[in-house]
Write a protein that binds this ligand. Structure first.
Ligand code: PMV
Length: 347
């Protein structure tokens, strides 16, 4: 048995569109900041002969991972589990209990922290001693963005070229402590589940958007530029890429047929307010970015947190904010468990 804790990541240059939908191979490289432990996924895994099939609970709700017609995410989880179990030679069924301390499937990267944390817990429970690179490749196959949450700091996912995906994994490019006052103010305006899953979105945008054709090359170029900007701690260069890349990805979503709109009027209020703040300061002090949801991530530095919070206070639709620094990535929790061993169920 093992328990791991992990965190989401926020993409600064986004992954949107797959060249292989089965293996989650992206059309472009991406780069992200791993968040700290304000937002967490905890996952306990137990292998036992005492249950008759594999069981998965997310936020105490049992998910179907055994039926013939299970959702794609469950299928990907089952595939990772079976691969790792076979590699270890351990025979028992898996009891997996996973909990997020933040809303699931609302565009706050629950699948990223969920996938990475699960692979960490599985590797430890099965005694596999996998490298982070190996874990990143498996996490990628659960949810693309999960491959980046296997590391702390600033993380690059190189798209790779090989059809089998063996060169498509993430790596840490900048240590968590390097830019210690970098912050993400996660701004919650909507906690409902997204209407269009990211898997459907990835597919439909590639299939139907004409704007998308320009994106992969452009995003690859931006990854290189932003990486250098972060190394120089050049917030000006970094901020513009972050905002433009988010807008670019959401433009291809809007250009998808039928259109995909994760942003809403609340997100737009935030976009305008951040531009106004930057205008007032005469330089970029904050940058917004949105994943597949209406909730904003405002990237800023410690010095400007209060300015950002003041601006957000003026927006009615903002329900709450969470401040995150750069996180260290997943780890094993030695003395914690989410499994009740006597009932073989979530505690
Ligand atoms: O990992 P997925 O399939 O849920 O895709 C997530 C894609 C975005 O969050 C929108 C962007 C990213 O790079 O994280």
């Amino acid at each position: 048995m093992s328990t791991a804790i992990g965190t989401p990541n926020i993409a600064l240059v986004k992954y949107w569109g797959k060249r292989d939908e089965e293996l989650n191979l992206p059309t472009n490289s991406s780069i992200s900041m791993t968040l700290d432990e304000k937002l967490t996924t905890k996952t306990s895994v137990l292998f036992t002969e005492e249950i008759d099939q594999d069981r998965l609970y997310i936020n105490r709700e049992e998910q179907d991972i055994n039926g013939a017609d299970i959702p794609e995410k469950s299928m990907f989880i089952k595939r990772a589990l079976e691969y790792m179990r076979k590699k270890s030679g351990i025979k028992g069924h898996a009891l997996i209990v996973s909990e997020n301390n933040f809303p699931t499937s609302s565009g706050i990267a629950s699948s990223a922290s969920g996938g990475a944390t699960l692979v960490f817990a599985l590797s430890d429970a099965l005694g596999l001693k996998m490298t982070r690179r190996e874990m990143s490749i498996i996490a990628r196959q659960i949810s693309g963005s999960a491959c980046r949450s296997v590391y702390g700091g600033i993380v690059e996912w190189k798209k790779g070229k090989k059809p089998d995906g063996s060169d498509s994994f993430a790596r840490q490019v900048i240590k968590p402590s390097y830019w210690g006052d970098l912050r993400d103010v996660i701004t919650i305006v909507d906690t409902s589940k997204k209407k269009i899953s990211s898997s459907v979105g990835h597919h439909t945008t590639i299939a139907t958007s004409t704007l998308y054709k320009n994106r992969p090359k452009h995003a690859d170029a931006e990854v290189k530029i932003i990486k250098d900007a972060i190394k120089r701690k050049d917030f000006q260069a970094m901020a513009e890429i972050i905002m433009r890349d988010s807008n670019d990805m959401h433009a291809t979503m809007l250009d998808t047929w039928p259109p995909i709109m994760y942003l809403n009027d609340n997100s737009r209020d935030i976009i305008y307010a951040i531009h106004e703040l930057n205008e007032k300061k005469g330089r970029y002090v904050a940058a917004y970015t949105f994943d597949a949801g209406a909730n904003a991530h405002i990237i800023t530095t410690e010095d400007f947190i209060n300015d950002v919070l003041d601006v957000l206070k003026g927006i009615n639709s903002v329900k709450s904010t969470i401040q995150s620094g750069v996180g260290n990535g997943p780890k094993i929790l030695k003395n914690e468990s989410l499994i009740d061993l006597s009932k073989l169920s979530p505690i």
